[in-house]
Design a protein around this ligand. Structure first.
Ligand code: PMP
Length: 409
C-alpha cells in the first residue's frame, strides 16, 4: 500500500527569524562528520570545543549532588552557593567585587548573553560588534529585535577595535558595545591599556553599555595578564556586564553553565527573561560548576601550556606555506589565517577558488580537513582553525593543507 501523501498547512516561521540561519559552523561540522561516516579520514578543525575531558573532581561533585538529592529546581538564576563561588572567582581572578544580587547564572554563557539582549533591546536599538566576531552575537541581537552594527577590525590592528572606529560606530540608538577577549575567532586579546583607550570613548557616550565576553579568559599565552573592562576601567563598572562560563576553561561545554555580573537592575531584568524560558540551569551542572570554580585550578595552567604548544605548531606550519599567513594569536584556541594570496587560483579539477568559502571547500574535498571560512565571522579572505585537538592530528592536518595548497595552479 502506498503511504498517504503528506499534505497540510505550510509552516510559516516568525518574521524575527527571517535573517537567522542555522550556524554555518554547525553545517560544516555536520558535513565533515557525514564524510567521516562514509569512510573518509576527515580531520575536523571546526568546533570550538576543548578536546580535554572535564576534570575528575568536577564529575565527582556532580555525582555527589545527585546522590544527595540535589536534583530539584534551584533559585531561578543560580543557587546561592554557586553565586558565592562566582563572586569569589571574580574577586580572585579579576579584582572585582560583586554582591550576590549582581550575579546571574544561566544555561551556558550563550543564555546569559541572550538574556541580557532580550532584557535590554527595544526594536531598532543598536549593538556595536567588532568583526571578526563569534557569529551568534549578531544573530542573538537580531532575534531580540536589535540591529548589529558590525565594525571591521584590520589584521594590522591585531583584529582589535580602535578607539577611532568605536567613536565612528556610536550613534544615538547604540545600547551596547560587545567586546570578546581573547577572541573567537581570531585569538586576539585586548591589553588593559587597549581597554582604557576604548573606555575614554565610552566616557563621552554615557548611554552606551559594555558587554564583555570573557569566555577565553584562562586561555592566554606567553605570560600575558588577562584584562577585563570593569576592572581595567572601573568607571565603566556601573554599565558593564561581564560574561563568563565554565565551558572553555574547564572543558565543560556539555554541562551548560555560564554566568555574568553587572548592575542589579540589569541582572534582575535578565532573571525575568530566564524565568519565562528555561528557569534555573541544571542543578547537577551547578554543583559541578561550583567545584570547577572553587576547586584546584591546576588543570587550567596545564591545559594552557598544551594549547600554547599547539598554537605554535599551527602558526609556524601555516606561515611556512606560500600564499598563507597567520598572526600569532594571544589567546583562545583558534588561528585566523589569511588565504587571500591563494584566491583566484585553480584546483587540479579546474575549479577557480573565488573566495574563502571555496578555499575551505577545497581543503575539505581534497585534503579531508574541515576548517571554517572567515566570512562566517564577518571577514572574508581568511579561515579559522580550531586547534583544540592533539598535536599528532594537527601535524597531519597541516601537512595535508600544505599539499592541497601546493596543488593549486
Ligand atoms: N562566547 C564565545 C566567544 C564563545 O566562543 C562561546 C562558545 N562557542 C560562548 C560564548 C558560549 O559558551 P557556552 O554557552 O558554552 O557557555
Amino acid at each position: 500500500m502506498n503511504a498517504p501523501l503528506q499534505t497540510g498547512p505550510v509552516f510559516r516561521p516568525a518574521a524575527r527569524l527571517a535573517s537567522i540561519e542555522v550556524s554555518e559552523i554547525l553545517r560544516i561540522t555536520a558535513e565533515a562528520s557525514a564524510r567521516k561516516r562514509a569512510g573518509r579520514p576527515v580531520i575536523v578543525l571546526g568546533a570550538g570545543e576543548p578536546d580535554f575531558d572535564t576534570p575528575e573532581p568536577v564529575k565527582t561533585a556532580a555525582a555527589r549532588a545527585m546522590r544527595e538529592g540535589r536534583t530539584k529546581y534551584t533559585i531561578l538564576d543560580g543557587a546561592p552557593e554557586l553565586k558565592a563561588a562566582v563572586r569569589e572567582k571574580f574577586r580572585r581572578d579579576n579584582g572585582l567585587d560583586y554582591a550576590l544580587d549582581e550575579i546571574t547564572c544561566g544555561t551556558g554563557a550563550k543564555q546569559v548573553l541572550y538574556n541580557a539582549f532580550m532584557a535590554s533591546l527595544d526594536p531598532g536599538d543598536e549593538v556595536v560588534i567588532p568583526a571578526p566576531f563569534w557569529t551568534s552575537y549578531a544573530d542573538i541581537v537580531a532575534i531580540c529585535g536589535g540591529v548589529p552594527i558590525i565594525v571591521p577590525c584590520a589584521e594590522t590592528d591585531g583584529f582589535r577595535l580602535t578607539p577611532q572606529a568605536l567613536e565612528r560606530a556610536i550613534g544615538p540608538r547604540t545600547r551596547w558595545l560587545l567586546l570578546n577577549s581573547p577572541s573567537n575567532p581570531t585569538g586576539s586579546a585586548y591589553t588593559a591599556d587597549d581597554l582604557v583607550g576604548l573606555a575614554e570613548v565610552l566616557d563621552r557616550h554615557p548611554h552606551v553599555w559594555l558587554m564583555s565576553d570573557d569566555m577565553y579568559e584562562h586561555i592566554l599565552y606567553d605570560g600575558r595578564r588577562f584584562a577585563t573592562p570593569a576592572s581595567a576601567a572601573p568607571q565603566l563598572r556601573l554599565r558593564t556586564l561581564t560574561v563568563n562560563g565554565v565551558s572553555k576553561a574547564y572543558a565543560m561545554t556539555g554541562w551548560r553553565i555560564g554566568y555574568g555580573a553587572g548592575p542589579k537592575a540589569l541582572i534582575q531584568a535578565m532573571a525575568t527573561v530566564q524565568s519565562q524560558s528555561t528557569s534555573c540551569p541544571s542543578s547537577i551542572s551547578q554543583a559541578a560548576a561550583l567545584e570547577a570554580l572553587v576547586g584546584d585550578q591546576a588543570s587550567i595552567s596545564d591545559r594552557r601550556v598544551a594549547f600554547q604548544r599547539r598554537r605554535d605548531l599551527v602558526v609556524e606550519a601555516l606561515n611556512a606555506m606560500p600564499g598563507l599567513s597567520c598572526r600569532r594569536p594571544e589567546g583562545a584556541f583558534y588561528t585566523f589565517a589569511n588565504c587571500a594570496g591563494l584566491l583566484g587560483r585553480t584546483t587540479p579539477d579546474g575549479t577557480v577558488l573565488e573566495d574563502d568559502r571555496a578555499f575551505c571547500r577545497h581543503l575539505l574535498e581534497s585534503a579531508d580537513v574541515a576548517v571554517v571560512p572567515g566570512s562566517c565571522f564577518g571577514l572574508a579572505g581568511f579561515f579559522r582553525i580550531s586547534y583544540a585537538t592533539s598535536e599528532a592530528e594537527l601535524t597531519e592536518a597541516c601537512g595535508r593543507i600544505r599539499t592541497a595548497c601546493a596543488a593549486l595552479a
